[in-house]
Design a binder for this molecule. Structure first.
Ligand code: ADP
Ligand code: MG
Length: 538
């Protein structure tokens, strides 16, 4: 996930994190945020200290809260008073533009103030296990409406001997809640605790390792982002017996693509987080029984689906990490059969492809988006194949020969063939007659060849974002200074600069891209961490 905008978080939350300068989700965030937004299943998430775990659970929980229901919907347990205050503070910042109330409760402070605070209803309680348990025992804290329970720094809480309190607190929460366990390490007692408190928990860690499958050909085609859907149609059309999952990034996109496919007459449907369990089961069953040929899904929604005999895995958007990619593509090429994993990428996404290539140790093969003519030929030969093997079933056509003969006697064999095909294909051909070529070359739209400032040679400029803007008093010459300061050992040609409120954009010579991004990894400006990222113009 490149930006928070793709996660499906509430706009008010995007606004607040934009304000504090979060540009890109950290790796753990890019995995947990969509999971928590899309799924009600429990989660065990592991990532080192300092990787942004508070926002990893805080943002999606804030997004999922029912603001109108003033009852405790979430309880967040953490080991210390400091952490409790820190989490509360962070959540308040993230929810600046939402009327969410959050109450911290912790030991070592007068309990009656906390009791008073709890009397004014709130949405979230952040607490240390000892004090939370105490408040429950005094009947001052009612956890019966909790939907999200977070165990933050679960390993630390166990180390500090909070096991009994945690047991007692958990027994006061409804069994329907979603339990989210965050930890920096995974000692055996955490695994034990997870087994006890959690059901079918998803495990997410920001580790790596895995390899891709052999019977799978990894393919991609490049088209403009506005043509991705048409390219998807062509792929479906040229593979009439397709049995495929089309992976999207967000549930909104998932719905959109499925709706279009259905409207265009495909045998398709979608699964995403908005469906009830019953609706989900129904769609999954139809897909399992092959009554559906195409299922559009997010990674998270597809998790629970035990189908791996797909003919094609289609990436409407590539995932950000190789684990999800391998997960997806591993659903084809099974049982000795060949399978294709096809990514439909826009020019800006091709770099992700090269990154994945390195990660999975396999080359992607560039394929053309089929032309209208190719699709037509394929459909025709497929249809004729079906014709040769078709037999009347359950009725005797000879009984009706008189009707057939009287209707067709004036037609020659060729004419009859033509007319049968016309019935089947006229509309199809009309659709495809004007079908444009959807291919474009793999060079990035982001890359523009321009004359450099001094005009002496042509530079290939690419566009980048930086998390500084007019709010930080950024001016073009200051930005150039900052870039030069971070990259003292080279002269990087800089092109157009566009300063916005909180972020800015600039063009720079693409041959220094790696160096440039690396150089900004630990860069600070007035105490703020800087981040430079490739940025594609929409
Ligand atoms: P952890 O709980 O994993 O130790 P924290 O949640 O305390 O980490 O976050 C560590 C720091 O990183 C905090 O200062 C937080 O504001 C910052 N941070 C979190 N997410 C992001 C992000 N996406 N971009 C920039 N900074 C972030
Ligand atoms: Mg933390």
């Amino acid at each position: 996930m490149q930006t928070f905008f793709e996660t499906g978080l509430k706009p008010e939350i995007l606004e607040s994190i934009g304000k504090i300068g979060f540009v890109k989700p950290t790796p753990i965030q890019s995995k947990t945020i969509p999971f928590i937004l899309d799924s009600d299943n429990d989660l065990i998430a592991m990532a080192q200290t300092g990787t942004g775990k508070t926002a990893a659970f805080g943002l999606p929980i804030l997004s999922k809260l029912n603001i109108n229901a003033k009852e405790i919907q979430s309880i967040i347990l953490c080991p210390t008073r400091e952490l409790c205050l820190q989490i509360t503070q962070d959540l308040k910042v993230y929810s600046e533009f939402l009327p969410v109330s959050i109450v911290p409760v912790y030991g070592g402070a007068p309990i009656y103030q906390q009791i008073t605070a709890l009397k004014n209803k709130c949405h979230i309680v952040v607490g240390t296990p000892g004090r939370v348990n105490d408040l429950i025992n005094r009947n001052k804290l009612d956890l019966s409406s909790v939907k999200f329970l977070v165990l933050d720094e679960a390993d630390e809480m166990l180390k500090m001997g909070f096991r009994d309190e945690m047991d007692a607190i958990l027994s006061q929460t409804p069994s329907t809640k979603q339990t989210l366990l965050f930890s920096a390490t995974m000692p055996p007692d955490i695994a034990g605790m997870a087994g006890k408190y959690m059901h079918k928990a998803e495990k997410i860690s920001v580790g790596r390792q895995n390899t891709a499958h052999e019977n799978i050909s990894h393919e991609f085609c490049v088209t403009k982002s506005e043509h991705c859907y048409q390219a998807l149609r062509r792929l479906a059309d040229i593979n009439p017996d397709i049995y495929s999952i089309v992976f999207c990034r967000t549930r909104i996109e998932t719905k959109e693509i499925a709706d279009k496919l259905i409207a265009d007459g495909y045998n398709a449907d979608s699964i995403h987080g908005d469906l009830s369990q019953a609706q989900r089961d129904m769609v999954m069953n139809r897909f399992r029984n092959k009554h559906l040929q195409i299922l559009v899904a997010t990674d998270v929604a597809a998790r629970g689906l035990d189908v791996d005999n797909l003919t094609h895995v289609i990436h409407f958007h590539l995932p950000d990490d190789q684990e999800n990619y391998i997960h997806r593509s591993g659903r084809t090429g099974r049982a000795g059969r060949k399978g294709a994993s096809i990514a439909i990428v826009s020019p800006g996404e091709t770099r992700k492809l090269f990154f994945l290539e390195k990660q999975i140790g396999q080359k992607f093969i560039k394929k053309q988006v089929p032309s209208g003519e190719e699709v037509f030929e394929k459909r025709l030969s497929n249809f004729l194949q079906h014709v040769t093997s078709a037999e009347p079933q359950g009725y005797d056509l000879s009984k009706y020969m008189h009707i057939i003969e009287s209707s067709l006697q004036s037609l020659s064999k060729e004419e009859i063939i033509k007319k049968f095909i016309a019935i089947e294909f006229n509309r199809f051909h009309a659709d495809y007659q004007k079908a444009p070529d959807l291919n474009i070359s793999a060079t990035s739209e982001r890359v523009a060849t321009k004359r450099s400032i001094n005009g002496s040679r042509r530079e290939k400029f690419a566009r980048y974002s930086i998390n500084l803007g007019a709010k930080n008093n950024l001016k073009p010459d200051l930005l150039i200074n900052i870039i030069n300061r971070q990259t003292p050992d080279r002269k990087i040609a800089i092109g157009k600069i566009e300063i916005q409120q909180k972020v800015s954009f600039f063009e720079a010579d693409i041959q220094h891209e790696k160096h440039l991004i690396q150089a900004f990894r630990r860069a600070k400006y007035k105490g703020m961490s800087l981040m430079v990222q490739p940025f594609q113009k929409k």
